[in-house]
Write a protein that binds this ligand. Structure first.
Ligand code: CA
Length: 222
């Protein structure tokens, strides 16, 4: 897999490059956000630092998301809740706080790319729940005929819940399906993506909390 590492710190970039190489991937390191915007097309996953010399990583992320759904993991020293939430809302698939455990990083890279690969192989199917339509092949959702602009992760979450409409999907099932693991940070990510998905659908009560268990959408949701 071709992995783009956007990191201005030489020591950090060196460690990341070595870790990615050790897992059999082909890393390429860039220091500037502007360069990342120019060369993202050649990669299957992007590791993105937020503190970059020429522009903020969140800005890079937003610009990338306008043109690509390649999996993007943020790696940053910013560990405050606001930055994490902003990163995920801006379209990051995952968020790792430095210092990053390299084994965990590799597991997360595998999880986000597996998810992206699986979604490409999804059979042609459209799920209709009331005025909400979810096209699994095109990976698009609409409500009352209007497109709902979802991030890759929000779409996966909606597709998972919708394909089990009428039954409860537990948090563990969601974490396992979307992240392939149950890291604590993934659990927090789930809450953020869920909040984003609900806000974009603008349909209160569509995704029901089943306290202490998980979530459910009604089969006959209207
Ligand atoms: Ca930096």
């Amino acid at each position: 897999m071709d992995v783009l590492i956007v990191e201005d710190d030489d020591a950090m970039a060196g460690a990341l490059t070595a870790a990615v190489e050790s897992a059999g991937h082909r890393p390429r390191r860039l220091s500037r956000g502007a360069d990342a915007l120019l060369s993202h097309r050649n990669f299957q996953v992007i590791l993105l630092d937020l503190g970059l010399p020429d522009m903020d990583g969140l800005e890079v992320l937003r610009k990338l998301r306008q043109v690509t759904d390649v999996p993007i993991l943020i790696l940053t020293a910013r560990d405050d809740e606001r930055s994490v939430v902003l990163g995920l809302r801006s379209g990051a698939d995952d968020y790792l706080v430095k210092p990053v455990k390299l084994v965990e990083l590799l597991a997360r890279i595998e999880a986000v790319t597996r998810r992206a690969g699986r979604s490409r192989g999804t059979p042609q199917e459209v799920i209709v729940l009331g005025d909400v339509e979810i096209d699994l092949a095109k990976r698009t959702a609409s409500r009352a005929g209007e497109p709902v602009p979802l991030t890759a992760t929000e779409f996966e979450l909606l597709a998972l819940l919708a394909s089990h409409a009428g039954s409860v999907v537990t948090r563990e099932q969601i974490l396992d399906a979307l992240w392939g693991d149950a890291f604590l940070a993934s659990s927090r990510s789930l809450d953020v993506h869920l909040t984003g998905l609900r806000a974009k659908l603008g349909k209160p009560g569509f995704i029901i909390n089943v306290r202490g268990v998980g979530y459910r959408v009604e089969a006959a949701a209207g």
